[in-house]
Design a protein. Sequence first.
Length: 199
Amino acid sequence: MPKKSIREEILAKRKHLALDTCLARSLKAQESLVAMPEFIAASTVGLYSPIHNEVFTEEIFRAARAGGRQVVYPRVSGGSLEFVAVEDRTQLKRGAFGVLEPSGSEAVMSQALDLLVVPGVAFDLVGYRLGYGKGFYDRVLHGEKRPGLLVGLCFELQLVAELPFEAHDVKMDRIVTEDRILDYSPQGQASTDTINQTL
Ligand code: ADP
Ligand code: MG
């Protein structure tokens, strides 16, 4: 199936989630994420501001700040994304595509992020990600610009067995949902068993 059809199908499904379902599932996914050893060890964490029923991220922000971590959010800048520190969520202002963006002036390089939480329309079981079709994250995160750990955050209903991918598509190291954590790092072989059992 082409990327466009998968996008439409998953976005339609996610749109129908009720707010309380979104909140409950988001809470579970966020609790799993903030319990990850890499999150606990991180000094700088990248987050996103949710739109269109993406998994909420307020709890991750709260946990990160409570643990004294620097938190950065992406901002669209000249066809690319830049990451800017946010100490308080009131510093986020409505920006490109209706997304809440940071208002500070100093950008942090993506490779300086210990962990980046990445939103998506869909993710597959080898770690590929489907975005809204603009390739922003692909452009910012490839090669030497890659952060320490890329963590896709989504609901179970956004997982598909296999996504079509192109050479520019960036793979995740982990995917966190309300039900599980999928680990694609070489030492994360155990989660492959989970994948085989459940899909
Ligand atoms: P998304 O990841 O948002 O689902 P795509 O993977 O289809 O979207 O990418 C959209 C477009 O972004 C691609 O057709 C490509 O032109 C552009 N793009 C993605 N990554 C890069 C890159 N590293 N360098 C230049 N252009 C890129
Ligand atoms: Mg892509």
